[in-house]
Design a protein around this ligand. Sequence first.
Ligand code: C5P
Length: 220
Amino acid sequence: HPPVLTIDGPSGAGKGTVSRIVARRLGWHYLDSGALYRAVGVAASWADIDTSDASALVRCTFDTKVRFVETADGALRVMVNETDATDELRLETTGALASAIAAIPEVRSALKERQRAFRVEPGLVADGRDMGTVIFPDAPFKVFLTASAEERAERRHKQLKDKGVSVNFDDLLREIMARDARDAQRTVAPLKPADDAVVIDTSGIGIDEVVARVLDLLPV
Ligand code: C5P
C-alpha cells in the first residue's frame, strides 16, 4: 500500500492549508474529503432534494460526479457533475449542508471506496474528519489538528474577508460551533482523534510551524 498521512480535525483548524503544503512538499496526492460531502450537498440543492429525504440524498451521493482539476496556476477547482462549483462549495451554508448529509451512514459508506481510491503512489495526504479513524485506519502517519473555536472562526472570517465576502463574526462563530457539535455528536464516524494520532493544537501557531511539526513526523 502507498503511504498515507491523515490530517483530521474540526473546521478552521488549518487542515486544508497545511495538507496542501505538506502534499506539495512530499510530492504526494491530496484528498479533500470535505469537498466530497460538500459536493453532494451542492448537487442535492441543485436537484431541490429536501435535507430530510435520506434515501434521495443517498441516491444523489451515488449519482454525483466529483472531479478535482488543477489549474495552470496550481489552484484546485472542483467540478460537480462537470459544473465548476468551487465558489459555492466554500460557502458556510454549504458546509452546514454537508455536515447534515455527512451524518447519514449510507452516504458515508457510499463515499468510502471513492476516498480510498485516492491512495496511489507515491503517497496521499488525506484531509477530513475520519481519515485516520475510518477511511485509512492503517495509515502510518496520523495527525489531528485543533484550535479554539474563536481562533478557528477568526481564521475563517479573515479567509472570507480576503475573498471579499463580509460576514458577521458572531454568526460565523455560532455556525462553526454548531457544525462541530453536530460532527462530534453524530453516531457514525464522530469527529475525534484516532488513538494513534498526534494531536497538534494550532492556536497561536503559524502555518509554517504547523507544517514543520507535521513534516517532522515523516521519515526524511
Ligand atoms: O472539511 P469541510 O469543512 O469541507 O467538511 C464539511 C463537512 O463535511 C464537515 O462539517 C463534516 O460534517 C463533513 N465531513 C465528514 N467527514 C470528512 C470530511 C468532511 O463528515 N472526512
